[in-house]
Design a protein around this ligand. Structure first.
Ligand code: P53
Length: 476
């Protein structure tokens, strides 16, 4: 093969809570994203007890895509997008999460949004749960630590699969389900699973329980989706940060293997439909008592995904230490700096070759089609005197990553479906809640404090990416 397939899905990616705004419109309920304040690099977002007066909640208004999506999709069409990845805000469809009937106004919003995409032959690629589950499920049920969430999620999945069949073909169940491998911090357990920890709780076992229920829910959704429309392609979504050994010391190498086990076993369950033996042995060693029934194990085998969607921004590095003979992985302590690569202003290590490595890792393990559904460079952009952002650094980042992606296709033979760079239009950062950590090809006039006209303008990267799509990557 000389390059990307003829029907390669070039596009861009966003998530509902990070761009829509309209947090109380059309009957939408409060989501977990609505109770997170703005933080900064090194300053965690605060998770408040409901929406409190006087706090800055950047997702409430975001970039007002809810009202401006027609103009924004027109810009995506101008870029030549073949697909557009977004999520359905669960709280627009089931505002509290435990209702029996969906909210028609929310369903209608996404009908209109998908129609607008299809008008330009832009294929919607839809994530069901992207860090925006109903907050009511947190306060009433404890989030995904509760088995009841499986039914609520499957009801939501069924409602949107049924409604949008014929409009949406590509789906993913849980965004970056494996972020919660970092259960030591509050962010990922809350955004992935609506889990808030009490002091003194064993965080790790609760994380595994929540992830198990999500994997069962995902499998049930995949099974139901295939019945609703056999043409559906339903994937998982993994945050891929490959973990290298710091040196060729065999102990460092083995630490890297175990760290990869802890961060990526989720993919094994999604793809193969059963738990890897190393994890079962780990559960036994730690004496975790998990609610995993025989019926659950049956369900997992019936709901294997069709493809692997993954995000790739950076790689990690680990090393073995004498005080850790069993090579336990703690994402807040086990990672060290890579001396060979540079990092972004937010400390994310820039490693284009790591994308080729990741594509090979997934394809060697699973032989399933792969979809790079996020990649990009979060940076501070400054419009120049003519008003245009000259983001050559972003072009360099994307070009270097696409080049490595192409090697994975041409030289290594991986089956790659598409590429959707993250935050194709500037939006609210998930990790920090900032506006100033920008990823877009399209600039949005809004700052961290919420000031700005919300006007959209094309950055230099806009024209560059437009040309990449036009030439199907032949110029890379
Ligand atoms: P922000 C951590 C590591 C890798 C990807 O992230 C991550 C995170 C969580 O911050 O999140 C994904 O906005 C996620 C998007 C998010 C994007 O990467 O923190 O799927 O919602 O915006 C970039 O710079």
């Amino acid at each position: 093969m000389s390059g990307f397939k003829a029907d390669f899905l070039w596009g861009g990616a966003v998530a509902a809570h990070q761009l829509e705004g309209g947090w109380q419109e059309g009957g939408k309920g409060v989501s977990v994203a609505d109770v997170m304040t703005a933080g900064a690099h090194g300053v965690p977002r605060e998770i408040t007890d409901g929406v409190l007066p006087g706090k800055n909640y950047p997702n409430h208004d975001a970039i007002d895509f809810y009202h401006r999506y027609k103009d924004d999709i027109k810009l995506f069409a101008e870029l030549g997008f073949k697909c557009f990845r977004t999520s359905i805000a669960w709280t627009r469809i089931f505002p509290k999460g435990d209702e029996l009937e969906p909210n028609e106004a929310g369903l209608q919003f996404y009908d209109d949004l998908f129609d607008e995409c299809l008008k330009y032959n832009i294929e919607p690629v839809i994530t069901l749960s992207h860090f925006e589950m109903p907050y009511h499920l947190v306060t009433e049920y404890g989030g995904w630590r509760n088995r009841k969430l499986i039914d609520f999620f499957v009801r939501f999945a069924n409602a949107v699969f049924t409604r949008y069949r014929g409009k949406v073909k590509y789906w993913m169940t849980f965004n970056e389900i494996n972020n919660q491998a970092n259960y030591h911090e509050d962010f990922a357990p809350f955004t992935n699973s609506g889990v808030k920890y009490q002091p003194g709780e064993d965080r790790e076992v609760i994380m595994y329980q929540a992830a198990h229920y999500e994997l069962v829910a995902s499998a049930l959704a995949v099974e139901a989706g295939h019945k609703i429309d056999p043409d559906f392609k339903i994937g998982c979504m993994i945050a891929m940060c490959p973990i290298y050994p710091l040196t060729c010391d065999p102990n460092d190498m083995m630490m890297s293997v175990v760290a990869m086990h802890r961060r990526y076993w989720f993919t094994d369950v999604h793809v193969r439909g059963y738990y890897p033996q190393h994890l079962l042995n780990y559960f036994a060693r730690r004496e975790f008592k998990l609610d995993i029934t025989d019926e659950d194990l049956q369900i997992l085998t019936r709901g294997c995904v069709d493809y692997i969607g993954f995000s790739y921004y950076m790689s990690f590095v680990t090393k073995a230490t004498e005080d850790n003979p069993q090579l336990d992985y703690d994402e807040t302590k086990s990672l060290v700096k890579n001396p060979y690569v540079k990092a972004s202003d937010w400390g994310w290590q820039i490693d284009p070759v790591g994308l080729r490595y990741s594509l090979n890792y997934f394809y060697d393990h699973y032989q399933l089609p792969l979809f790079v559904v996020e990649n990009g460079f979060g940076a501070i952009d400054q419009p120049e005197s003519d008003g245009v952002v000259n983001d050559q650094y972003r072009i360099d980042y994307m070009q270097n990553h696409i080049r490595e992606m192409k090697k994975a296709v041409v030289e290594d033979g991986v089956d790659l479906m598409g590429y959707t760079p993250w935050g194709c239009i500037d939006l609210v950062s998930a990790g920090t809640g900032e506006m100033k950590k920008r990823y877009g090809l399209i600039y949005v006039d809004k700052d961290n404090e919420g000031n700005g006209t919300l006007a959209r303008s094309r950055k230099k990267s806009f024209w560059w990416y437009q040309d990449v799509i036009k030439q199907n990557g032949d110029n890379i």
